[in-house]
Design a binder for this molecule. Structure first.
Ligand SMILES: Cc1cc2nc3c(=O)[nH]c(=O)nc-3n(C[C@H](O)[C@H](O)[C@H](O)COP(=O)(O)OP(=O)(O)OC[C@H]3O[C@@H](n4cnc5c(N)ncnc54)[C@H](O)[C@@H]3O)c2cc1C
Length: 765
C-alpha cells in the first residue's frame, strides 16, 4: 500500500506552529473560525520550543511595562506558574513544560485542529491571487494531507507557502540607496543573519573531562570571544552568537549548517572546558547535557506585503491607520556569517547596552500595520513572524518572538473578522480595521495609538467608585543597601512621576550620596513628558529647575521645594531629571510603584530604561492620587500616558472593591477583567513557579439586587491577566461590584480594566 491521502477543509489554515503561527491559530479559532494549524515539528513553539530553546523576548526587554499581552502573555504566564526551571538568561533553558503549555492550549481550544510532523510541500491555486489548498507530508505516518482553506496564514519563517504560491519575496540585504535606511550597507547583497544551535550544560559537582572529537572546530584565541562580542557569560547554556549563515544559504543549506554548527558548538565547549582562562575553572564540574540539533533561524525569505516596513518606521514611530501590533526590540542586526565574521554584532562588540550603536538603534514601542501581514496582490494569504513584509534592517527589530506572536494574533484576528464579514483578508484594512483593532484590545492586546472603544461594553457608561485608592509618595532605597557604581550620575537620569488630580508638587526629596571631600552641585529639572516611553533628553522647557547642593559625605535625602501648581498636569507624567554629576550617586529605590520607571541618557538625544525597570529614590509631597477607580473603563490597560490602574490603599485590609453604577438597570451576562502583573519586565526576569503578587487571586462579582449585594460570579486561585466571568443567568442591575478578596501577595487590590456585556460572547463588528 502506498501513501494514504487525507483531504480536509477549514476556514483558516495556519502554516507553521512557531509562536506567530500558534497565536494566529488560537486567535482565529477564538474568533469563531474552523482552523487548522500545520506544523512540521513534533512540538509547537518554533524557535522557542524545547527543540531549539530560545527564550521569547520583546519590547519589555527595553521598555518598562511594554510586555506583550494577549495570547502570548497568557501562554508565558501559564508557563511561569507551572515551570520549576528558571528561564535562564540565555539560550538553552526552555524545557518541555513550555511545549506542554502550548499543547494544552492547542488541544483545549474549540475550533482548533492541528497536524504535527506535517511538512508543507506544495500549494494548489484557485487563480493566481488565491490559494485553494496546501499539501503536507506527515512523517512516520505515510500520509499526504490536502488542506483546503478560505484564508491561509504563512508563519513558516521561511515563507514557504507564499513562495510556492508565486508571491514576491526578498532575501538578503537592501542597499542604503534603496530606502536610505541608517543601518543599510552601501551595497545590496545576499547577506542574512545566521542559523544557530544551542547547548545546555549541568554542574554535576565532580570534575568532568571533555575531549572534543577530531572533527570539531578548534578554538585557541581568547580575542575571538572576548574582543569580538562573543562573550560566554556562563558555562550553563548556549550563546546567541553561535551562528552561521553566508557562505551557506539559510534555507537550502540548513542541514550543512546543522552539521557545521555542531562542529563549532563542540569546539567552543572544548575551548571553555580546556583552554578558556576565564571560565575553565568554573566549567571543570560542568558536563554537556543537551545539544540542539534543530537549527533556529533568524532570517530567510521576507514576503512582500501590501506595505513594506523599512527601518524608518520604527525609528520615527510611524502612526499607521491599520495598526494591529507593536514592537520594541532594538534594531538587532547580527553580522552575516556569524562565527565566520570578524565580530558577532555591533552593540555586543561595543560592549552592550550603553554602546553608541545601541543609541542609534534603540526603538519603540512603535506600531505595526496590518498591511505588512497581507501578501501583496493576494486575496487570501497573510503572513506573521519573521517572514513578514519588512526590509532586512527593519527585520532586526520585529523578529523577536514577543513581536512575532503579536503579529500572529493580529493576523488570526483579521482572518476571523474577514470570515465573519464575508470578505477577503485583503479588504480588511480598508473596510473593517476598527473591528480588528477593537477585537485585539478586547482580547488583551495593547496598541500604542488605539484605545478601547467598544460600543457593546456597558462598563463604559458606568460611574466608577472604589472602596479605597492608593496614593504614590515616591520610592525609598533600602536602609542597608550598598552604594552601587551603577547609581553614579555619570549621565543625565530621569524618574517618571504620575501627577495626581490636583496637579500640585509642593516638594521633592531626592536620595543622593556624595562620597567626595567637597560639596557637589546637581542640576535638577521637572519636565512634562508625553508618556512612559518619551525618552527625549530635551522634552521642552522645564516646569521647574533647581541646583541642589550635596554636602561632602552626605548620604540621604536632599530637599527641593518645588512649589508647582499646574492643574493641566493632572493625569499625566512628569519626569524628574538630574543632569550628569559623576561624583554623586542617585540611589535606587528598593521597590517599584506601579507605572513608575527611571531612565538614563545613552546619546543621540535619547534616554533608555534603567536596569529592568527600577525606580530611583525620591519622595513627593503631597502624595499623588494616581491610581483612581476611573481608570478601569478608560480604554487603556497598562501604564502609558498615565498609570491607567485602580489600586486600593495598601493600608486598608482586603477585601477591597470597585463599584460600577448605572443610571438605570441594565442586563448583564458577562464581565471581563484585566488584572495587573507580569507586565513590567521581560519574561526571563520572572522566576520559576511565579505568580505575580499584584495579580488578584480570588474575586467575587456582586450585583446590586433590591439593595442587597448578591454574588453572581467568582474567580478563584487566579494568576492570569485576563479573565472573564460568564454569569449563569443574565442579571438586571444598576450596580456591580468587583470585590478582590485576596491577591497573590500584594496588600493592594488592583485592576486595569472592567468590561461588561449583556451577551455571553459577541464580536464587536
Ligand atoms: C539563535 C537565535 C536566538 C534568538 N534570540 C532571540 C531571543 O532571545 N528572543 C526572541 O524573542 N527572539 C530571538 N530570536 C528570533 C526569533 O527566535 C525568531 O525570529 C522567531 O522564532 C521567528 O518566529 P516565527 O514564528 O516566525 O518562526 P519560527 O519560530 O521559526 O517558527 C516557524 C515554524 O514553522 C515551521 N515550519 C517551517 N517550514 C514548515 C513547513 N514547510 N511546513 C510546516 N511547518 C513549517 C517550523 O518548524 C517552525 O516551527 C532568535 C533567533 C535565533 C535563531
Amino acid at each position: 500500500m502506498g501513501y494514504r491521502t487525507v483531504e480536509e477543509s477549514y476556514d483558516v489554515v495556519v502554516c507553521g506552529g512557531g509562536l506567530a503561527g500558534f497565536c494566529a491559530a488560537v486567535a482565529a479559532a477564538r474568533g469563531g473560525g474552523s482552523v487548522c494549524l500545520v506544523q512540521d515539528r513534533p512540538v509547537f513553539g518554533g524557535t522557542s520550543s524545547s527543540e531549539i530553546r530560545v527564550p521569547p523576548q520583546g519590547a519589555a526587554s527595553f521598555h518598562a511595562y511594554a510586555r506583550e499581552t494577549g495570547i502570548i502573555s497568557e501562554l508565558l504566564t501559564e508557563e511561569r506558574a507551572r515551570n520549576h526551571e528558571p528561564p535562564g538568561f540565555d539560550n538553552g533553558y526552555i524545557n518541555s513544560v513550555w511545549d506542554m503549555a502550548l499543547y494544552d492550549v492547542a488541544v483545549s481550544t474549540p475550533g482548533l485542529h492541528f497536524h504535527l510532523n506535517a511538512s508543507i510541500t506544495d500549494v494548489a491555486m484557485r487563480d493566481e491571487a488565491t490559494i485553494e489548498a496546501i499539501t503536507a507530508r506527515v512523517s512516520h505516518a505515510e500520509t499526504l494531507l490536502t488542506i483546503r482553506g478560505r484564508t491561509f496564514i504563512d508563519c513558516t519563517g521561511d515563507g514557504v507557502v507564499a513562495a510556492l504560491a508565486g508571491c514576491e519575496w526578498r532575501m538578503g540585504t537592501e542597499s542604503h540607496a534603496e530606502f536610505g535606511e541608517p543601518h543599510a550597507p552601501p551595497e545590496a547583497s545576499d547577506d542574512t543573519m545566521g542559523n544557530s544551535i544551542h547547548f545546555k550544560a549541568k554542574d554535576v559537582g565532580i570534575p568532568v573531562p571533555f575531549k572534543a572529537p577530531d572533527w570539531a572546530v578548534r578554538y585557541d584565541d581568547p580575542d575571538f570571544f572576548y574582543a569580538k562580542g562573543r562573550w560566554p557569560g556562563t558555562p550553563r547554556n548556549g550563546y546567541w552568537w553561535i551562528e552561521l549563515s553566508v557562505p551557506w544559504h539559510t534555507i537550502y543549506d540548513n542541514e550543512t549548517l546543522r552539521h557545521e554548527l555542531t562542529r563549532h558548538v563542540l569546539g567552543i565547549w572544548d575551548w571553555i572546558k580546556n583552554r578558556d582562562p576565564r571560565l575553565k575553572e568554573e566549567a571543570s564540574t560542568y558536563a554537556l547535557d543537551w545539544i540542539g540539533q534543530v537549527p533556529g533561524k533568524r532570517e530567510s525569505r521576507r514576503i512582500m506585503g501590501e506595505y513594506l516596513m523599512t527601518e524608518h518606521d520604527p525609528l520615527q514611530k510611524t502612526v499607521f491607520p491599520d495598526e494591529v501590533a507593536y514592537g520594541g526590540w532594538f534594531v538587532d542586526l547580527h553580522e552575516p556569517g556569524g562565527l565566520l565574521a570578524d565580530f558577532s554584532e555591533k552593540a555586543a562588540l561595543e560592549h552592550g547596552k550603553d554602546s553608541s550603536f545601541m543609541a542609534r538603534s534603540y526603538v519603540g514601542p512603535y506600531g505595526i500595520p496590518l498591511r505588512m501581514l497581507i501578501a501583496k496582490g493576494m486575496n487570501n494569504l497573510m503572513m506573521a513572524g519573521r517572514n513578514v513584509s519588512v526590509t532586512h534592517a527593519a527585520l532586526g527589530t520585529v523578529r523577536v518572538m514577543g513581536t512575532t506572536a503579536l503579529m500572529g494574533q493580529a493576523a488570526g484576528t483579521a482572518a476571523a473578522v474577514a470570515l465573519q464579514e464575508k470578505m477577503e483578508v485583503r479588504e480588511v484594512p480598508e473596510r473593517c480595521i476598527r473591528d480588528v483593532q477593537q477585537r485585539l484590545l478586547r482580547d488583551g492586546c495593547f496598541l500604542p495609538n488605539v484605545m478601547a472603544d467598544d460600543p457593546l461594553d456597558i462598563a463604559r457608561k458606568a460611574a466608577i467608585t472604589a472602596s479605597s485608592c492608593s496614593a504614590m509618595s515616591g520610592g525609598e532605597p533600602a536602609a542597608d543597601s550598598p552604594i552601587w557604581e551603577a547609581e553614579l550620575l555619570k549621565q543625565r537620569r530621569g524618574q517618571w512621576i504620575a501627577i495626581g488630580e490636583e496637579g500640585v508638587i509642593d516638594e521633592l526629596e531626592i536620595y543622593l550620596t556624595n562620597e567626595t571631600s567637597v560639596e557637589q552641585s546637581v542640576e535638577a529639572g521637572l519636565f512634562a513628558v508625553q508618556h512612559l516611553w518619551d525618552y527625549r533628553v530635551d522634552p521642552g522647557k522645564p516646569l521647574a529647575e533647581a541646583r541642589l547642593a550635596v554636602p561632602s559625605g552626605h548620604n540621604g535625602w536632599i530637599r527641593w521645594p518645588v512649589g508647582l501648581r499646574e492643574p493641566a498636569l493632572a493625569g499625566s507624567y512628569v519626569r524628574l531629571d538630574l543632569a550628569a554629576c559623576p561624583e554623586v550617586h542617585w540611589r535606587i529605590a528598593s521597590a517599584v510603584e506601579p507605572g513608575h520607571v527611571s531612565a538614563y541618557e545613552i546619546g543621540n538625544g535619547l534616554m533608555r530604561r534603567y536596569g529592568i525597570g527600577e525606580m530611583m529614590g525620591f519622595r513627593i509631597r503631597p502624595s499623588q492620587k494616581c491610581y483612581g477607580a476611573e481608570h478601569v473603563n478608560n480604554g487603556v490597560t497598562r501604564p502609558y500616558k498615565y498609570t491607567n490602574l485602580w489600586r486600593s490603599d495598601p493600608r486598608e485590609p482586603l477585601p477591597q472593591h470597585i463599584q460600577l453604577t448605572w443610571r438605570k438597570p441594565l442586563r448583564l451576562k458577562r464581565v471581563e477583567l484585566t488584572m495587573p502583573g507580569s507586565l513590567l519586565r521581560d519574561y526571563r526576569q520572572y522566576p520559576e513557579l511565579y505568580r505575580d503578587p499584584q495579580c488578584p487571586k480570588d474575586i467575587s462579582v456582586q450585583a446590586n439586587q433590591d439593595g442587597e449585594w448578591r454574588e453572581v460570579g467568582r474567580i478563584a486561585n487566579n494568576y492570569q491577566r485576563k479573565r472573564a466571568v460568564v454569569l449563569d443567568e443574565a442579571v438586571e442591575t444598576d450596580a456591580l461590584r468587583i470585590v478582590v478578596l485576596a491577591t497573590n501577595g500584594d496588600p493592594s487590590a488592583a485592576l486595569y480594566e472592567v468590561r461588561c456585556y449583556d451577551e455571553e460572547e459577541e464580536l464587536p463588528c
